[in-house]
Design a protein around this ligand. Structure first.
Ligand code: C5P
Length: 245
């Protein structure tokens, strides 16, 4: 096993996008030495609920509950309380739910932190999903701004609401850092080392370029999970980052 650089490890998020819980558990067991945070998305959470969350907690690993809450403020407040109560310290909401809803997420989460003695959570806002094209934004959703302007507007709203940062593609990353400041956290998916398959992702970046553009967290998915040898893939990514940053 290679020597792990802790500064790199804490920026790496692995998306547990698998159908089978045993496969997810194996990923956590095998890759914990390399990965700072495991991302539990809707597929796994809707399939297995707290079973996967409790497993990750037992292994003393950190996880990001990618639940993308979007509802009326009261519901989001209560849901956020329960997210923290159930052991997640890192989760997200949709910025399009509005400032009041995002404030409610923070309020519910902070109440649970105080009640259960937990440290302040990381709450991110999803701005515009990468699956939404400029055309859909304009024609279906009647939005007159360009997607870049809309993303920055939503990121500003998230900051106003007191959230920690946003989820954004590598394309928007430099603009968000410029407009919102370095301490506003950006988590970037769509990460592909030069040697891995692009799959269905459009706005991709290499791990090194995303980190050099200021990403606080990068999401690794199929570049690792679909590799024939996952340990070899993650070690290759480490080496690539060490050489490039
Ligand atoms: O396998 P891949 O690297 O494409 O996985 C990327 C992960 O990041 C997936 O879990 C996907 O749902 C998530 N994601 C994304 N684009 C966004 C938000 C989240 O790809 N805008």
């Amino acid at each position: 096993m290679i020597k792990i650089n802790e500064k790199i490890r804490e920026k790496l998020v692995l998306a547990l996008d698998v159908e089978d819980i045993n496969e997810a558990k194996k990923l956590v067991e095998d890759l914990s030495p390399y990965i700072g945070t495991f991302k539990v998305g809707l597929q796994l959470f809707c399939g297995y609920g707290l079973e996967i969350v409790n497993f990750i907690k037992e292994k003393n690993a950190d996880f990001f509950l990618d639940v993308k809450l979007h509802d009326i403020p009261n519901t989001v407040e209560k849901a956020s309380f329960n997210v923290i109560k159930n052991g997640a310290n890192f989760f997200n909401v949709h910025a399009t739910g509005g400032i009041e809803m995002m404030k409610a997420a923070r309020k519910g989460a902070m109440e649970a932190c105080v009640k259960y003695g937990k440290k302040e959570p990381i709450i991110l806002a999803v701005t515009v999903l990468t699956s939404i094209s400029d055309e859909v934004l304009k024609e279906e959703l009647s939005n007159t701004k360009t997607s870049a302007d809309f993303v920055v507007q939503l990121a500003k709203n998230a900051k106003t609401a007191g959230l920690t940062g946003v989820v954004a593609s590598a394309k928007e990353l430099p603009l968000i850092k410029k407009e919102l400041g370095d301490d506003f956290i950006v988590l970037t998916p769509g990460i592909r080392p030069a040697w891995s398959a692009t799959n269905d992702q459009k706005r991709i970046a290499t791990p090194t370029s995303a980190l050099n553009d200021g990403a606080d967290y990068i999401v690794l998915g199929r570049a690792v999970t679909a590799a024939e040898n996952r340990i070899e893939a993650i070690e290759k990514i480490y080496q690539e980052i060490e050489e490039g940053i």
